[in-house]
Each structure stands twice: as structure tokens, then as C-alpha cells.
Design a protein around this ligand. Structure first.
Ligand code: SAH
Length: 230
């Protein structure tokens, strides 16, 4: 039986909610909040995947977007977004624009989104796509995101959607007091630990490993990636 677009979205939301529940022992979060669920329903994921994958757009899995890159799994996108604790006033920095899907979700929940993508073709197609979908509060730049976006800093939230060897110090520096940074950091085992860094109101940093995840690598040499905790 062919299901309608609405049924597919309902099924995806149910799966995302189930995965929040199943991983709550590790993440400490048992459900996505209502605003996030609404945003997941609104963002047309099918508009952010290549035409030949559009039929899989509402499945809870990562998909190829060319250039060896992927659009992340909806559950992971949702979890990372929830960890940022966005408000309608938040200014957010994303590293790894990719398809632009995560940027669109952030744009639904925050005031302003700044997103950096290292593959120029992806930066261009994501920016076009975001514009076509009516997202006016996202700015996309091509370049190495590990340096952040100093002219627009500081940010209430920073999200890195590629696996890093260590946490780029510039991204921590560009985080406001009370802000959250979420980043997959290579684990000693396989893949990465999704790490949540919070800057306290007094400026102090706290970090917590939330869940094991697998991301494509954050590219770039070793320069300037000294882990502030090591
Ligand atoms: N957020 C994306 C998922 C992107 S996959 C989405 O919603 O579709 C990770 C992306 O990070 C890839 O597009 C990759 O090219 C990009 N990337 C890797 N290293 C980077 C770097 N140093 N700076 C900016 N982008 C980078």
C-alpha cells in the first residue's frame, strides 16, 4: 500500500520518539520537545535529498548527498538540536551545512543561523535550496568551519555535524555564557562520542558524552585543534 506524505511523516516522528526513549539511559532525554517535533514535521526533508533518494526521505536513516557526504539520520539531527536548547532569540553556528536540512531545522527554531560548509558545491546548493524553501534567516559560507565565524560571534549554540579529532578551540571561544556546543568527537573505539559542551553563566566549561554516533569526518589538518581539556 502506498502511504501518503503525512503518514510517512507521522511514521518518522514516531520512530524518532521511540529512539529518544530507547537511548534515554545514555542521553538523559526521554522525548523531543513539542516545538522540535513541530519543526521536524514542517521541514521538507524530501527537498534536501537528491531526487533519486527522495523516496527514502522520510525514513529514519542517513542518505548520500554526493561528494562522499551524507544528510544525517533524522533521530541524530533531532537529538543534537534538542541538546542546543534553542529559543526563538537564539543565534546559532553550524559547521557542515551538507544538504542544508539541519540548517533548515535550526532556522525553524532560532532567530538566526550561520552555517559553514567546506565543499563549495554543497555550500552553493544548500544555500539555493534554503532560499527556495523560504528560509531567510540562514547564512551559508564556504570554508573551513573549524575557525568558526568570528564576525558573527558569540553564539548561543554551536553544532558540528562532522566527526572531529578534537574540539576546535575557536568554536568554544565563540560560545556565549549559558550556551551549548554539540560535536561528535572521535572515540578510541569506533565512530565518535557525541559531546555536549556547556558554558556556565560564569564562563566555566562543562562537558558530557551523550551517545555513540557515526559521522563523516571533519576535514582539515592538525593545525590549531588543541583540545582545551587535554
Ligand atoms: N548537517 C548536514 C550533514 C552534513 S555531513 C545535513 O543536514 O545534511 C557533514 C558535512 O560537513 C559535509 O557536507 C562535509 O563536507 C562538511 N565538512 C567536513 N569538514 C568540514 C569543515 N572543516 N568545515 C566545514 N564543513 C565541513
Amino acid at each position: 500500500m502506498v502511504s501518503s506524505r503525512k503518514q510517512r511523516i507521522d511514521t518518522l516522528v514516531a520512530e524518532v520518539e521511540r529512539e529518544f526513549q530507547e537511548t534515554s539511559g545514555s542521553t538523559g532525554i526521554s522525548a523531543p520537545d513539542a516545538r522540535l517535533v513541530e519543526a521536524l514535521r514542517r521541514v521538507p526533508r524530501d527537498a534536501f535529498v537528491p531526487d533519486d533518494s527522495a523516496r527514502f526521505a522520510w525514513e529514519n536513516r542517513a542518505l548520500s548527498i554526493g561528494h562522499g557526504q551524507t544528510i544525517s539520520q533524522p533521530f541524530v539531527v533531532a537529538l543534537m538540536t534538542q541538546l542546543l536548547e534553542l529559543t526563538p532569540e537564539s543565534r546559532v553556528l553550524e559547521i557542515g551545512t551538507g544538504s542544508g536540512y539541519q540548517a533548515a531545522l535550526l532556522a525553524e527554531l532560532a532567530q538566526e543561523v550561520f552555517s559553514i560548509e567546506v565543499v563549495p558545491e554543497l555550500a552553493r546548493s544548500a544555500a539555493e535550496n534554503l532560499q527556495r524553501q523560504g528560509y531567510r534567516n540562514v547564512r551559508v559560507r564556504a570554508g573551513d568551519g573549524r575557525r568558526g565565524w568570528p564576525e558573527a560571534a558569540p553564539f548561543d549554540a554551536v553544532i558540528v555535524t562532522a566527526g572531529a579529532e578534537s574540539i576546535p578551540p575557536a568554536l568554544v571561544e565563540q560560545l556565549k555564557p549559558g550556551g551549548h556546543l554539540v560535536i561528535p568527537v572521535d572515540s578510541h573505539w569506533l565512530g565518535q562520542d557525541l559531546v555536549l559542551v556547556t558554558r556556565g553563566a560564569d564562563g566555566t566549561l562543562h562537558r558530557r558524552a551523550v551517545l555513540s554516533v557515526i559521522f563523516v569526518p571533519l576535514v582539515g589538518g592538525e593545525g590549531g585543534t588543541v583540545d582545551p581539556w587535554s
